[in-house]
Design a protein around this ligand. Structure first.
Ligand SMILES: *[C@@H]1O[C@H](CO)[C@@H](O)[C@H](O)[C@H]1NC(C)=O
Ligand SMILES: *[C@@H]1O[C@H](CO)[C@@H](O)[C@H](O)[C@H]1NC(C)=O
Ligand SMILES: *[C@@H]1O[C@H](CO)[C@@H](O)[C@H](O)[C@H]1NC(C)=O
Ligand SMILES: *[C@@H]1O[C@H](CO)[C@@H](O)[C@H](O)[C@H]1NC(C)=O
Length: 300
């Protein structure tokens, strides 16, 4: 009798294990960049198809939309507080039944630092691999070119940034002001940046951010070798201008964030889970072959 019950329990466990392992490949979440939207067939649409094609097995790919349609989604990439965008995305991920076992995240441009904020703030459902394509992890000090088709919005952003990125009414709604990092005014940046200085532990050190980031399996940072959109492009690997000027730079290894391991970057590296990849070409430009050779292994 006892044996029969044990047998039934074993069958049951076996069935559960099989169901879970048959659930298919790990889902992938995409977060688009500034000037872009979830569903542009030429950008996120083609990335979605690339992932579906290369990962195969009917992988579930969710391209995040912030707002209720494509126009709103594009506008929110400029005009919605980054903290509110992250909260919005955390809620979307939490209620998507297909993501509850975990997901891999691919962030494009500002979507890279926004998804890092999701990893730091919202550990459930679990993000497994974080892949940042041209994300500005130490912010930007200039937008030399406007990505996307709509120059009107870019010009508006530049006007406001010139007026003063750290003026509170601008800081509160202008997405790009929230990761504007002025190396000539580091103290003001630390005091007034409502988003980047917070996720980079520069306002206060939030131990939860480090604990959560260390839950990642891997963190992959892609820098574009000939990037003309991000100033400085070193930011894509957590480098930035040295304080007080905008010519010389330091890299991640030389940063306080890394050396004091305030965020877990050093621990990720020392446990073999931090990957700094370089892709030839301009911002977000990579070939299918490069993707297959360098990125696919983190998604399979
Ligand atoms: C630290 O981050 C966690 C996760 O976002 C948040 O719940 C908590 O309120 C933060 N703590 C402080 C002191 O800001
Ligand atoms: C650019 O965006 C603005 C503000 O959302 C909009 O009014 C305008 O029609 C857009 N222009 C183009 C060419 O899409
Ligand atoms: C990560 O560790 C390797 C090996 O110790 C080292 O060569 C590399 O510079 C480290 N990465 C960073 C960002 O410091
Ligand atoms: C940062 O620069 C130092 C000094 O040039 C070098 O030793 C180190 O490997 C660099 N780290 C990275 C991640 O490139």
């Amino acid at each position: 009798m006892v044996n029969k019950m044990m047998f039934a329990v074993e069958i049951f466990i076996l069935a559960v294990v099989c169901t879970v392992s048959q659930a298919g490949p790990t889902p992938v979440v995409l977060w688009h960049g500034m000037g872009d939207s979830c569903c542009n067939p030429l950008s996120m649409g083609s990335i979605k198809r690339l992932v579906e094609d290369k990962v195969g097995d009917g992988v579930y790919v969710k391209s995040l939309m912030i707002g209720s349609n494509i126009v709103e989604d594009t506008e929110n990439g400029f005009l919605m507080n980054a903290n509110d965008q992250v909260t919005n995305v955390c809620a979307q991920l939490k209620k998507d039944p297909k993501l509850q076992q975990g997901y891999n995240a691919m962030g494009f441009s500002q979507g890279g630092q926004f998804l890092r904020a999701v990893a730091q703030r919202c550990p459930s459902p679990p993000m497994l691999n974080l892949i940042s394509f041209g994300g500005q992890h130490q912010g930007v000090y200039g937008f030399p070119h406007c990505p996307g088709a709509n120059e009107t919005l870019c010009d508006y952003v530049r006007k406001l940034l010139n007026l003063g990125a750290y003026i509170s009414w601008i800081q509160d709604f202008l997405t790009q002001a929230e990761y504007w990092h002025d190396p000539l005014n580091e103290a003001e940046y630390r005091a007034k940046s409502v988003f980047l200085a917070d996720i980079n532990q520069e306002k206060q050190v939030n131990a939860t951010y480090k604990t959560n980031l260390l839950k990642l399996k891997n963190m992959v940072l892609v820098k574009f070798a000939e990037d003309t959109m991000v100033d400085p492009k070193d930011s894509e690997w957590f480098g930035f201008y040295d304080e007080g000027q905008a010519k010389t730079t330091h890299n991640m290894t030389q940063s306080k964030l890394y050396q004091q391991d305030l965020l877990g970057l050093k621990e990720l590296n020392e446990s073999g889970r931090l990957f700094l990849l370089a892709s030839p070409g301009d911002h977000l430009q990579f070939t299918d072959a490069w993707f297959e050779a360098n990125i696919l292994k983190f998604l399979k």
